[in-house]
Design a protein around this ligand. Structure first.
Ligand SMILES: Cc1cc2nc3c(=O)[nH]c(=O)nc-3n(C[C@H](O)[C@H](O)[C@H](O)COP(=O)(O)OP(=O)(O)OC[C@H]3O[C@@H](n4cnc5c(N)ncnc54)[C@H](O)[C@@H]3O)c2cc1C
Length: 434
């Protein structure tokens, strides 16, 4: 199944709220003929564009190839949440990797969020960044763990930006009876993901990176002087960076074995009235809840509710995304059960078995970062800096992440879809009846 074509019109953005509210972009040239450069980057999402930006800043000759449009993948379609930490909490990471490594991983994730904020501030990227993400617990029994974790983060990691919320405190921010309490994270935040990505593109191009669109890479040949092939160009370079995440497909089998693509879906309601806003989100914080098939939502700048959620396994998007999202939306906010959706869309992200990102060096001169497991706004952006540093000989963080044990998904790429269906159905079922 070719995820670059199966659910979308090639070369065109999906009909998302984000594409509709972003200034029309000039179409960059398609790559043609023979091109020489220092670094060739494949993929025009946060990972690829941030790598281009950080390398161009250091004076390297950089070419980036995007199969469709810049931000066409998950980077232009996501929930916009800039989350702190890795996908798993620090208690789990300490158990998996030991305290020392867990602390280093926290430092990486912490720098990832700071890097996003710094890039926005330094380059005046107009993407509506707002601080605050609420983690809402839909089971009362999760609250003990949440409270302990906030205390641990304060004591062991010096984190003062997390606040435990009991039921009443949570309802002050998120007035939904679906939740029993949660945690407010004021270091996290939310933004317009496509505007943010295109802001990074401007910085990369100003720095001298050459960026091509509608230039799908069909093969990468490693070796001392790798070659990257599209249907109309051949790029010769010193190093290749692969940042295709959930859309990698068969381009690099090693990534496909370690990073499973899964689809996520979002609906944008019509703009809410001031009373409706008060009935869903009293402060402009984003929310991510504790369901296995997570609900995540926030207000847009024009006060629509952007609600992500719903279950659909298999690689084709369901025909009726709206009906699928309406189910969890009406559980959380029954008063919005029949609200009009002006936009619905889906996108593909990459997850790993461990939920840790997958950084890898393939045949020496090909590097990749993917599998951000739903944390890619911050981690994908920072991956670009980590990859750029590694190319410049500062590979401490790259080596730390590449050394994390990474299990391949059993059965290879052909069996991923049925396997995913079984696993997700089981977990979703447990969530429903637990
Ligand atoms: C619905 C949804 C909601 C999400 N919500 C959040 C959230 O709230 N917070 C968060 O942190 N993360 C979220 N994520 C995940 C996040 O969007 C991703 O982790 C992140 O965008 C990954 O960036 P990337 O650059 O690695 O990959 P992508 O943005 O997917 O970019 C990969 C690019 O590579 C291109 N490409 C692929 N193959 C080729 C090829 N052969 N040749 C040339 N180009 C190629 C694709 O066209 C694509 O543009 C969400 C994802 C989805 C789908």
């Amino acid at each position: 199944m070719d995820l670059l074509t199966v659910n979308d019109r090639p070369g065109q953005y999906p009909d998302s709220y984000y594409a509709a509210t972003t200034e029309q972009q000039v179409l960059r040239q398609k790559a043609e003929g023979r091109i020489d450069c220092d670094i060739c980057i494949v993929g025009g999402g946060y990972t690829g564009v941030s790598t281009a930006l950080h390398l161009a800043e250091r004076g390297l000759n950089v070419v980036l190839l995007e199969a469709n449009r810049l931000g066409w993948g998950a980077s232009g379609r996501n929930g916009g949440q800039v989350n702190t930490g890795m996908r798993l909490d620090q208690e789990s990471l300490e158990g998996m990797f030991g305290v020392d490594t867990a602390r280093k991983l926290w430092a990486v994730a912490d720098q990832a969020v700071s890097t996003v904020k710094q890039l926005i501030a330094d380059h005046g990227i107009d993407c509506g960044f707002k601080p605050g993400v609420v983690h809402a617990a839909h089971r009362a029994r999760y609250l003990g763990h949440e409270r302990r974790l906030v205390e641990k983060m304060r004591k062991d990691y010096g984190v003062e930006t997390l606040t435990f919320l009991n039921r009443a405190e949570l309802h002050e921010l998120v007035p939904s009876n679906f939740y029993h309490g949660g945690v407010l994270d004021l270091a996290a935040g939310h933004l317009h993901p496509l505007k943010y990505l295109l802001g990074l593109v401007t910085v990369a191009e100003t720095g001298g990176a050459r960026i091509f669109e509608n230039s799908r890479v069909t093969a990468i040949h490693g070796g001392p002087r790798p070659r990257v092939i599209t249907d109309s160009a051949e790029i010769s370079c010193q190093t290749v960076i692969v940042g295709c995440n959930g859309y990698t497909g068969g381009l690099l089998e090693d990534i496909s074995r370690h990073v499973m693509p899964i689809n996520g879906f979002i609906a944008a309601t019509r703009p809410l009235s001031p009373d409706e806003v008060q009935s869903v989100l009293r402060r402009d914080y984003a929310v991510a809840d504790s369901k296995f098939v997570i609900n995540y939502y926030r207000l847009s700048q024009d006060k629509r509710l952007l609600f992500g959620g719903g279950e659909a396994y298999g690689y084709r998007f369901p025909k009726n995304i709206a009906a699928m999202i309406r189910k969890p939306l009406s559980q959380v906010y029954p008063q919005l059960a029949n609200i009009e959706f002006d936009y619905t869309w889906g996108g593909t992200l990459g997850i790993t078995m461990s939920r840790m990102p997958y950084f890898h060096r393939h045949q020496g001169s090909i590097l990749s970062a993917s599998g951000f497991s739903g944390q890619g706004v911050a981690l994908g952006t920072f991956a670009g800096k980590i990859l750029a540093d590694a190319i410049n000989g500062e590979s401490r963080v790259f080596d730390l992440l590449a050394a994390l044990p990474a299990k391949a998904f059993p059965g290879g790429r052909r069996f991923q879809s049925p396997l995913l269906f079984l696993a997700m159905s089981w977990y979703a079922l447990r969530d429903r009846f637990a």
